[in-house]
Design a protein around this ligand. Structure first.
Ligand SMILES: [Fe+2]
Length: 154
């Protein structure tokens, strides 16, 4: 499997979100590496890490949308929910002994993530950017990052 390259068109323009998206891409590439080794235990670890990180990222992103009063946040949240459910199903499939589930999830992740970033995420960016501009001095963002990721950085 090939690595997923980060391309400029995946940048949303919201720095904190782009960092987290890059981290998800790193996880996808780690999953490619683990798959190459064929070691089921490493695959399972990376898989779990990817799911965990994605859930945290989505929760953070939803908080950002909430704070920004983004109009379509409940629809966006539903999309996240469905995706997490799907991820869990692939993981279960893998745990049940279907090793190909890791290849299937990789394919799904690439398509889904790229499409989601370019369309769904791009849509909330203006609202979030506007909010972040006015919230800069209150320290809301760094507090929120600390809460979710345990540090001032994602
Ligand atoms: Fe999203």
């Amino acid at each position: 499997m090939d690595y997923l390259e980060w391309t400029k068109d995946l940048d949303t323009g919201v720095n904190v979100i782009d960092k987290q998206h890059r981290r998800i891409v790193d996880y996808i590439n780690q999953l490619v590496d683990a798959t190459e080794t064929g070691d089921n235990e490493s695959i399972s670890d990376v898989f779990d890490g990817l799911i965990d990180y994605t859930i945290t990222h989505f929760t953070f992103e939803e908080g950002l949308q909430e704070k920004a009063g983004y109009e379509f946040r409940s629809a966006h949240q539903r999309v996240h929910k469905v995706f997490i459910k799907k991820l869990g199903e692939y993981k279960k499939d893998f745990d049940d002994g279907n090793v190909d589930a890791v290849i299937q999830v990789n394919r799904m992740l690439r398509n889904w993530l790229i499409n989601h970033i370019k369309n769904d995420d791009a849509d909330y960016v203006p609202a979030v950017q506007k909010m972040l501009g006015t919230e800069k001095k209150s320290g809301w963002l760094s507090r929120s990052l600390g809460k979710f990721f345990g540090g001032s950085d994602a």
